[in-house]
Design a protein around this ligand. Sequence first.
Ligand SMILES: *[C@@H]1O[C@H](CO)[C@@H](O)[C@H](O)[C@H]1NC(C)=O
Ligand SMILES: *[C@@H]1O[C@H](CO)[C@@H](O)[C@H](O)[C@H]1NC(C)=O
Ligand SMILES: *[C@@H]1O[C@H](CO)[C@@H](O)[C@H](O)[C@H]1NC(C)=O
Length: 845
Amino acid sequence: MAMKVLQAFLYLCIFDQSSGQPIQVGTYVTQDDLDMASQAAAKAEQACAIASSMTIEDRATARAQLEDASANNILLEIMQAARNQNELQTLAAEKLPGAMIGAAAPLIMFFIILIIYALICCWTACPFCKCCRCCQRQRNIPFLVKLIALVLIGSFVLALVIVSSLSTRGYASAQEGFDVTNCAAATLVNSTFTGQSDPYFLGLIPVLSIFDELEGSLSSGSSFINDLRAILLDTSVITDSVAVATENVNLLASMLSDTRNTAPAGTLHECLACTPLATSLSQVSNALSSGTAAALSAARVEVDNQLSGSSLTTLRASLTGATAPLVELKTTIKSAFAPFVSDTLMEQISEQLNANGTIASVFMIGLALILSLCAMIAVLLWMCWEKSSSPDYADRKQYHKTVHRCACCTWCCSCYYTMLAFFLGGLLTILAVPLASMCLIMEDISSGLLTDISGVMEVDMSGEQGAMMGKMIDQCLKNASGNPRLLDLITVDDVNGNPTTMYDLLVVQTQDQITSQFDQIGATVNSGGGAGIAGSAEFVTLKSMLQTVALDSLMVPSTSYAWESDPDYQGIFLNSEIAPFIASSARCTSETIPMNLGLPKEGEPVSGINAFLSTMTSSYTLSSTSRSPTCAADFTCKALGVGANDLNATDRAACEAARKLMDLKYDMRSRNFKCYHFMRDGVVPCDVSSMSQLGNGAWTGDCKNADGTFTVASYDCDLAAFVQLVQDYGGYLDLVFTRLDGSTTAALNKIQVDLKALPDSNFLSKITTIGNGVTCGFMGDAYQNVVEGLCYGGVWGIKAVASSYTACAVLTLLLIILMYIQWRLALDNVNSNVKILDHTAVVPA
Ligand SMILES: *[C@@H]1O[C@H](CO)[C@@H](O)[C@H](O)[C@H]1NC(C)=O
Ligand SMILES: *[C@@H]1O[C@H](CO)[C@@H](O)[C@H](O)[C@H]1NC(C)=O
Ligand SMILES: *[C@@H]1O[C@H](CO)[C@@H](O)[C@H](O)[C@H]1NC(C)=O
């Protein structure tokens, strides 16, 4: 039961007071709920107007009295000792009789008196049982003794008055306790429904109302979803721009790292610029992926992912799932509290208790007072009117029968009264034992105590559930200073299987997931990422590398190849003039490599094919045949000079080697490189050279497929086309980066401010409100008041009434003894007086 209540409160949350709007009827909150809440509020006000808290003057004494009433908490002792229900019964049978002897004493007295009365007293009063009256004789009781008897009766009346005040206090205390409990329960219902401010708790209905709002927010076509869609659509260009830029960078990187381009097989040439270009390109790529634009796009995509399509459906489903137990709880609470809220049963009971309690208390005390009045009359008669002069015998006194009759009547009635008082007092005393025990357990409840009695209560305190329940009892019910969030007290496993609090999982992590993306934007903007990528140092370097250096001017015979030991090419070293051309490029013209770009051979001239050929003509007479594509002509060598003698062997070898090197260059220039381009929708070759923005802000010519993806394809191209394409990429990248920077500026505010605010206000803030509002401190106060009302009011009152009745019974018992003695004395005197009279009457006859 306790577990169920605690579980139920897990789902309770808080009211968003910042909104301050009246709660609307929705899916989860019905008009019926609102009616019930206002009834509960009215009820609380009404109940608490009577009594809202107990004033316990001496708590320690009251507590000691409760412990006393519980027979020193014997039930708890037994419950702690027992490990299960069976043991509980055995132990109870063993220990209870001994411990209860004190509590049962009044009831035992009742039976003893009943037996004594039935066996002896009633017979002694019977005129036919005179034999039962021992030691009969006439006695002359001194007046002083009679006076003492009167004083005793007087103190009896005084004691009754004192005892009666105890009984009245008991009834009043029970009544107050009942009213306080009534108020506490009503306040609990009121707070459960509508929340309270100190300690802060939102209430069931406000929570459900937030769920209503959330569901409304998340339904398709809601203003939140519409606004979100509008902003996402409005800013979609940033995601496109990031994609176009990234795709172009990736395409160039792939093309420059393709080994068919960097080291074409069989040409013995290599691309010296390719590695530095790739390095520069990856720097640009990093700048791109860590830049503001990428952060903006990522945030946008994250929001889109979390709040659209299947995620939104899942979110909605889990919302419905999460509220199902909440709705069930609401129904349970409503059906449980409905009678309480709508009926006036409690008021009736309270009134009855008020009226009847007084009557009951007045009745018992009144009876005792009547009896004492009788006793008083009996004693007064005994004192002043026991005997008078006999009309027949002037010298003799006659004893009045009225005296002993009056005494007899008093002690007989008192016997019934004392039995009734012992019986009622005994019943109440015994009833107080379990009640006081429960009270002490309720007051002392803690995780430790619950663990002690878990066997008997049949709750499992050893597992995680038990630990959580213990934490809840300690923190929610017993910690007056704290108002913990319930979600903090629930431990669950996160996706990685690590234990984490529900609050962390629901509030912190959900929040982090979305806001971290936006935080990333702020961080990149602050770290200078907002300056734009088109003007960044990385891209400026890359662009001049691409645009100012023709790639083939750094396509040179492989520097790691052992040319000197290759018989085909070693001859070139025989001619010192043409030997340096072993490092000549595959480009027709010679180029000087620009400085400060991180390229090899920077500042150095790299000779081209034309220079190679013209240097050859300084050593030989060449008869060249031009080849297409251009410049790497085929040739034959003759000696210089008129007549053109045949070449000697050295020169011939040098020329042959040079010719073979030229063949390699020709191979480079005529073979197929792999050029890359986009293939729009798989069929249209495309580059971004003609990309442009339309009047409505959308872009065309960015080579995107209809479905938003990009298709990259490669095609065969010769060196010149390859080189040109790489050079063109300087411009292409400039275009896409400029577009990207423009989109970033346009989208920055929309995403960082407008888009961030949407889930914040419609979603995250509500979840946070719920998380922070699911507190349980309010239960502690209500619990405390219930305990005080029930225990220090109700049970203490019952015990007080019981003690008062028992005291009345004991006093009456004394009265009976006194009256019995007086009766016997008076009766014996009357009887002996009759004998003497009879005797004297007989003798003269
Ligand atoms: C009932 O709850 C409402 C809302 O929290 C509060 O304003 C009102 O004071 C409560 N009534 C009582 C008697 O506590
Ligand atoms: C009671 O609550 C306060 C505040 O939340 C907390 O600091 C303290 O540790 C709690 N006490 C116990 C005994 O748990
Ligand atoms: C070959 O001819 C060149 C001039 O054409 C000359 O300089 C060289 O010494 C000759 N070499 C030999 C080994 O004769």
